[in-house]
Design a protein around this ligand. Sequence first.
Ligand SMILES: Nc1ncnc2c1ncn2[C@@H]1O[C@H](COP(=O)(O)OP(=O)(O)OP(=O)(O)O)[C@@H](O)[C@H]1O
Ligand SMILES: [Mg+2]
Length: 251
Amino acid sequence: MTATALPMIRFQNVFKRYPNGREALINLSLDVASGEMVFLTGHSGAGKSTLLKLLALIERPTRGSLVVNGQNLATVNRSKIPAYRRQLGMVFQDHKLLADRSIFDNVSLPLVVANTAPRDVAKRVRAALDQVGLLKYEQARPVELSTGEQQRVGLARAVVTKPPLLIADEPTGNLDPDLSLEVMNIFRRFQEVGVTVLIASHNVQLIEHFKARRIHLEGGRLIEEFPVAEQPLFDPARLIDTAHLADREST
Ligand SMILES: Nc1ncnc2c1ncn2[C@@H]1O[C@H](COP(=O)(O)OP(=O)(O)OP(=O)(O)O)[C@@H](O)[C@H]1O
Ligand SMILES: [Mg+2]
């Protein structure tokens, strides 16, 4: 990256105080370069979801500036929000699929809303389903799919508009270790083709297995940054072992 290249995300001295007085983010400054994969960690209530909501324009900062893909979000008024969100793929823990619609229909929704030509819709939906390995399920209903498969449908829907930025809030929160790894690997593949990826996650064991930058929030402040470091070679057996330890702790 050259010194003049704009980052995909730039938070500058951002504060977020909710109407009840909660200070969810305090003086947050952060750059995420284009094409980077970044994990956002922190205890419950640290401000992870709030940070993602500011990016998605679900919430607005109280103070400070936020620039995404060259746009100052303060200039994106309500009428421009839908167009802004098409550059942003969003994935949540609860994938919120429409139960009475096929997988194809669920994934096509962002394109239909954007008035995409039907021929292009079909092509893009199939490409997105292919990327998450679910092409054969296009006519199925969400209930016919496993939790992990449903999460992958959510991911296909997030990327169907080919956004340059993908944000995810606890995307593996409901998944077992194997499926979590599978979903994270899909995020990694999107990063490999140039998408900027920002993932909030509690799953430290899983994060440690990915060679990615990690940003840690505590009480609304960015307190630590773990840069990309040399990581041990990936060993799935180790991941599963540590996951069992986590299971034991919670029972
Ligand atoms: N809509 C809201 N109104 C008031 N306070 C809120 C609202 N949303 C979040 N908060 C508060 O802001 C702080 C940060 O919340 P946030 O949801 O960003 O945390 P988080 O890191 O995502 O936590 P978790 O890991 O539990 O999802 C918390 O103190 C929370 O209670
Ligand atoms: Mg959260």
